[in-house]
Design a protein around this ligand. Structure first.
Ligand code: PMP
Length: 302
């Protein structure tokens, strides 16, 4: 069973976990009207650092802008709330979850409800399983597609989007796979239930473009930046499903999943069926940010 931390930040105050409640008639609960973030804090060789904290909280405001949801704080205030909730729980490394939601204040779809904001943190460990970073997972292509453009904006990280993610993830687990991969409404490759995708062909990284109904992931951006800095080519392009079976290497990435190799898709081995050298190199550079072997030239460790 899940163990919970002691404290949470809610509407400007640090409260006991059990006191941070919401009314059952809150708008966000009924209509999916929330926007949120997932952020990791790492114990680094320079002490605890929150990875790309400001970029995550800026994306929270971007998601809220799309839905015309005013957030009664600044990015700096939410950055501070993230630090405060970790400190309150005496945590160095952990997963942070800022969320803004339309609270109680009206029942119509367009009701101008007040926005409430919370920041929780908890100990997450490896999201897709204890040793998957090393061994990789077996994935499947989902029978569920991602939402079409001009229906639900994939560029917002909003609560309602995760109905799609739940269908994809639950189907995959039910069938015995580590994670599900969704196609866009075009039939082209989109992303995992909660992760972006990279394929490796002849030493270069290929990843679907944001037009493929995916979240413009901060880990995705980190990988693109790190790869280019060491001369690995990165191509954002439309990718048909069958290239999942034909690529040399394949991995998923996200704040929760970090960099998780995929060793098979739909029962077909990816490459040799083991994480390959480019995946290993990207993992080494990514985790190197936290153990000090990769210099933090972008000020990502906050
Ligand atoms: N896609 C989806 C649907 C996600 O939920 C996430 C996790 N936030 C990602 C991609 C990866 O994004 P990030 O690297 O910013 O965590």
């Amino acid at each position: 069973t899940q163990r919970y931390p002691d404290f949470i930040w809610h509407n400007g105050e640090i409260k006991r976990w059990q006191d941070a409640t919401v009314h059952v008639m809150a708008h966000g609960l009924h209509y999916g009207s929330s926007v949120f973030e997932g952020i990791r804090s790492y114990d680094t060789n320079h002490g605890p650092k929150i990875f790309r904290l400001s970029d995550h909280n800026r994306r929270l405001f971007a998601s809220a802008k799309i839905y015309e949801m005013p957030i009664p704080y600044t990015v700096d205030q939410l950055n501070q709330a993230c630090r405060d909730v970790l400190a309150a729980n005496k945590m160095g490394q952990g997963y942070l979850r800022p969320i803004a939601y339309r609270d109680l204040g009206g029942f119509g779809l367009s009701a101008d409800c007040p926005t409430s904001v919370a920041v929780a943190c908890w100990d997450m460990g490896r999201y897709l399983g204890a040793d998957v970073i090393d061994r990789g997972i077996d994935a499947c292509v989902s029978s569920w597609q991602r939402f079409a453009p001009n229906t639900i904006p994939a560029g917002a990280k909003a609560g309602g989007n995760y109905l799609s993610g739940q269908l994809v993830a639950r189907e995959a687990r039910r069938l015995g796979f580590g994670e599900g991969i969704a196609l866009a409404s075009t039939g082209l490759l989109s992303e995992g239930a909660g992760e972006n995708l990279f394929l490796v062909f002849e030493g270069a990284l290929h990843t679907p473009p944001v037009s493929a109904a995916l979240l413009n992931g901060i880990t995705r951006n980190t990988i693109i930046t790190l790869a280019r800095s060491v001369g690995i080519d990165v191509v954002e392009r439309d990718i048909p499903r069958e290239y999942l079976y034909l690529c040399d290497e394949l991995f998923m990435c996200g704040t929760a999943a970090e960099i998780t190799p995929i060793r098979s898709v739909d029962g077909r081995d990816v490459g040799t069926g083991k994480p390959g050298p480019v995946t290993r190199k990207i993992q080494e550079m990514f985790f190197g940010l936290f153990n000090g072997t990769t210099p933090d030239t972008h000020g990502w460790l906050e």
